[in-house]
Design a protein around this ligand. Structure first.
Ligand SMILES: Nc1nc2c(ncn2[C@@H]2O[C@H](COP(=O)(O)OP(=O)(O)OP(=O)(O)O)[C@@H](O)[C@H]2O)c(=O)[nH]1
Ligand SMILES: [Mg+2]
Length: 605
């Protein structure tokens, strides 16, 4: 018999930065989850190092709070389009979602993506217009835009009757009526209680839980996290794990539930609860943990396919092995395949040679996060330029396209349109907010978006904002220009000298400080012209006995442009690679490296 439980399982979904994690902070605080004097960091759910450093959520995480006799499980999801896979699988764990939209920015590409996913999963929504305190808030207009978006995505009448709340999450205040001053988060709690159904579960049926997320504990290893759909489970119970290809048995060694942000051990659990099970040996996201005698296997979670890939190789640079703990191709392979198992939207395949692997994901940021995580663990590797994944559909070669939204000051409409047109973008829509800012929408091949962020910022004087999300596959768009400038490539190994750098400053933008160790083939700058230029950046000033009274010995150098991982990924071209070690990011030209003879010539010019 189905039972009505005082439980609510809800996900928070939105475009990047619209305030999801901040809203969770406010709910946690006001539910009394923390002690009165407990010091709690801002955006407490963003607990990973990389999340705190970048100020974005990367992985979905859950917490559990108690409010007026109700247990509310909240899953905070990432808003960046590259981590859309996290949202897709998390929706299988909840019975409703809070859809957040920034009161000034309005719905953006990822809002559309999450709305589509919520509608597909038939999840009831609570609409939250957040950041109503912003000076440029357009609350009423944004509300209309949200309903238009819902209609556009095929929402039925029930969705159009979803409750709307107005919040200032940073202040922890919400209101149902925009004309009434918000006081606290009570309206949000009430909307969760009243508009999100309790989980429809059956405790009497056999155990069935789809693994929607993975966790890890130092004591017990990997954890299978999910919402129990039916049945009960207790410690030491033997269960069946239904995988995509085969089933196997396992034993539940520990059961954890959530309390606030902590996990607590439970002797048993039942349908409706979100739990983490320890002890099951091999499982992955999408598997069902179920009863051995009467298995109830749920359909696997559908996650959209990757659209971009990058070749990861063992580091082949002359400096390989100097700075990392794990350097070999086999170590790299092991680690990448492990990542592929836990990260469903990331695909890892063997590459063209034994030490090369093709890693595919949703975008450059998703791949950059994998690289950054591995480099912090001590890995060295080399990666190439990201490429979009083509597909043949009805005999025609197609490539991924994105829905791109840019917000720019009015005066940059011309340059922006021209720039996007060059990259095969078609303008789909244009709207103004009456504030001097204009929103342009393009349909553009994903290929056209690779590596354009810094140029876009330059042409809009740093004031433009761009967001895109995968739209679908369409026929190939034809050639798109890549980086115009060539590279300055070191022809001689050694330490870069201030003297050589000063001499080269007219040739382009340098990427290295004096004293940086370079090798033959390493890219040390961007050439001002289109072709590559081999340079000797280690050249010493010739010492003479004569001192010239007119010669100035101290050289003033322009600071170099030091690439971050993301800017390096944007910058490189096809025949170039990025060498990544725990300590350094170096760019290098792959082919052809100068012959010994030419090296010598360059060295002695
Ligand atoms: N003015 C104002 N700022 C807010 C409000 N809510 C959140 N912010 C700010 O918006 C920024 C982004 O907030 P987050 O909570 O990290 O946004 P998010 O949706 O979790 O972002 P991702 O997880 O990366 O998608 C932070 O600087 C917050 O302080 C609000 O109600 N008003
Ligand atoms: Mg967040």
């Amino acid at each position: 018999m189905a039972e009505e439980l005082p439980i609510r399982n809800v996900a928070i979904i939105a475009h990047v930065d619209h305030g999801k994690t901040t809203l969770v902070d406010a709910l946690l605080r006001q539910s009394g989850t923390f002690l009165v004097n407990e010091a709690v960091p801002e955006r407490v759910m963003d607990s990973l190092d990389l999340e705190r450093e970048r100020g974005i959520t990367i992985a979905a995480k859950n917490c559990c709070l108690k409010w007026e006799g109700h247990v509310i499980n909240i899953v905070d999801t990432p808003g960046h389009a590259d981590f859309g896979g996290e949202v897709e699988r998390i929706l299988s764990m909840v019975d409703g979602a809070l859809l957040l939209v920034d009161a000034a920015e309005g719905p953006l590409p990822q809002t559309r993506f999450v709305v589509k996913k919520a509608l597909e999963a038939k999840l009831p929504l609570v609409l939250i217009i957040n950041k109503i305190d912003r000076r440029d808030a357009r609350t009423k207009e944004v509300e209309d835009e949200i309903f238009n978006l819902l209609l556009d995505c095929g929402a039925d009448a029930e969705y159009l009757a979803s409750p709307v709340l107005y919040t200032n999450s940073r202040a922890g205040a919400a209101t149902r009526n925009i004309d009434v001053e918000p006081v606290d988060m009570k309206p949000v709690f009430e909307a969760i209680r009243d508009s999100i159904p309790s989980p429809e579960v059956d405790v009497e049926k056999p155990l069935s839980m789809i693994v929607a997320n993975l966790g890890y504990s130092d004591y017990v290893g990997r954890l299978a996290v999910g919402r129990m759909k039916s049945g009960r489970v207790s410690v030491n119970e033997n269960v069946l794990i239904a995988g995509s290809e085969q089933n196997h048995k396992g034993r539940v060694m520990r059961i954890y539930g959530y309390e606030g942000l902590k996990m607590i051990e439970l002797p048993e659990a039942q349908a409706g609860q979100i739990v983490a099970l320890a002890g099951l040996e091999s499982f992955t996201i999408g598997d069902t943990v179920t009863n051995i005698e009467t298995p109830v296997v749920q359909p696997r979670i559908h996650v959209e396919e990757p659209t971009v890939s990058m070749i990861f190789s063992a580091n082949t640079s002359p400096f390989a092995g100097r700075e990392g703990k794990y350097v070999t191709g086999s170590k790299l392979k092991e680690r990448l395949f492990k990542e592929g198992c836990s990260n469903v939207s990331l695909w890892v395949e063997q590459g063209p040679s034994p030490d090369q692997f093709v890693v595919s994901g949703r975008g450059e940021l998703q791949l950059a996060i994998v690289i950054e995580t591995m480099r912090r663990e001590g890995y060295e590797m080399e990666v190439g330029k990201p490429k979009v994944i083509e597909k043949t559909i009805d005999g025609q070669v197609c490539e991924p396209y994105e829905n791109l939204v840019v917000d720019i000051p009015e005066e940059y409409i011309g340059v922006t349109r021209e720039f996007m047109a060059m990259r095969k973008g078609t303008i789909m829509n244009m709207s103004g907010f009456g504030t001097g800012m204009i929103r342009l929408e393009f349909l553009i091949p994903s290929r056209g978006l690779i590596g354009i962020r810094s140029t876009f910022l330059t042409i809009t004087r740093g004031l433009g904002i761009m967001h895109s999300v995968f739209e679908g596959y369409r026929p190939l768009a034809g050639p798109i220009p890549s980086r115009v400038n060539g590279a300055l490539v070191a022809s001689v190994s050694g330490a870069a000298t201030a003297y050589a750098i000063a001499g080269l400053s007219q040739r382009g933008k340098l990427f290295v400080f004096p004293g940086t160790e370079v090798y033959n083939g390493m890219i040390v700058g961007e050439h001002a012209r289109e072709d590559d230029l081999d340079v000797n950046i280690t050249k010493q000033k010739k010492l003479t006995n004569m001192r010239s009274s007119t010669c100035d010995d101290t050289v003033v150098l322009t600071p170099p442009l030091i690439h971050s991982l993301e800017t390096a990924i944007e910058w490189i071209n096809e025949n170039e690679a990025i060498e990544i070690t725990p300590k350094s990011i170096r760019l290098r030209r792959l082919y052809p490296v100068l012959s010994k003879k030419k090296q010598e010539r360059c060295g002695h010019e």
